[in-house]
Write a protein that binds this ligand. Sequence first.
Ligand SMILES: Cc1ncc(COP(=O)(O)O)c(C=O)c1O
Length: 389
Amino acid sequence: MIYLDNHATTPCDPVAVEQMSPLFTEIFANPHSSHQGGKLAANAIDQALHVISETVNTDVEKVLVTSGATESNALAIRGAVTHPRQKRRHLVSVESEHPAVLDVLKDLETDGFSVTLVPVMPQGLPNAGTVDLNQLEAAITSETALVSVMWANNEIGAINPMSEISGLCSRHGCLLHSDATQALGRLDVDLESVKIDLLSATAHKFYGPKGTGFLVVGGGERRVRLRPQMIGGGQQSGMRSGTMNPAGIVGMAVALQRSVDDLKQEPNRISQLRDRLWSKLSSAINGLILNGPSLERHLRLSGNLNLQLPDVEGQAWMSSTPEVLFSSGSACSGHEPAPSHVLNSLGLSESESRRSVRFGVGRFTSIDEIESAADQLIDAYAELASMPH
Ligand SMILES: Cc1ncc(COP(=O)(O)O)c(C=O)c1O
């Protein structure tokens, strides 16, 4: 099978797997136990946290380990705005955010908070899918506690201008949260140069293990107070109770470090593969449309391709190419096959969304795989398009 779904998840880096292994069988004691075994496990966690904090250029005390970006987003947003010292009751975010942000906001609305969702730049513009900065600034009021803007979008790869957004939040005195899930390991994320108060990540998007993520708390200039969402044993200074997962944390650190080390050459290689897939498909399929931003490096993640077929449903294309693994634009991130809210935010109709698919090229994709996937996709498309519909 040819795996072209690296925005959904990535395979675990074999070097990370190797370094995780002793933490299951040899250094297995509870890292919160005070005996020698516990200290060994705690030490492994400590070293890993230093690696993570160095790769994003922040202080190690600011890194909280979670089970992934879903938990990080919930802790960041709910934790910040429900803290007893936080008196403001308005939040601002963007229409194209992941459900792990949007659903938390919806839930907060039922608790009396008000939420403004800002649109993105429409389909057809080079920066389609990035947040409309004028509307973002217009949405912020003196009541705004927090602004949440994802660093890069998981469906269309649109990269938001985080530096400008950070400056904007600073001027208005509100906290900035960013779901950086798709950015970590793919883009330079340096909290010394771009100040973000709360930054969420999950290891399995950068070749780390699933079920482990982190949240940077206080990566900007402001003091951030969080109300913990998981209470119990008081681990991680009471901010996130529960026994820490040494293997997962070590795997996450190794994977992140290795992805960041690769940032000089890897995005070039990956964008060449992605561009080859696009040029082969677009020259064979008349009327194929690129959804979202242009393929420029500062606007779109290098491995991302989101395409709209002229007359065939994405789901049908997927089913007729079982050897090529990619996502249908309508499958989105949950179990219900609703049309993608991200494509909808670009201005696409339900029918256009159903004719859309997402490809994600990754570290283990080869040029031979791209050639073969493109051939299979072109053949399958020709067959589907020739059927009466
Ligand atoms: C942008 C974004 N945010 C959050 C998540 C959730 O990550 P996890 O399922 O690891 O909690 C994902 C994963 O699909 C994502 O792409």
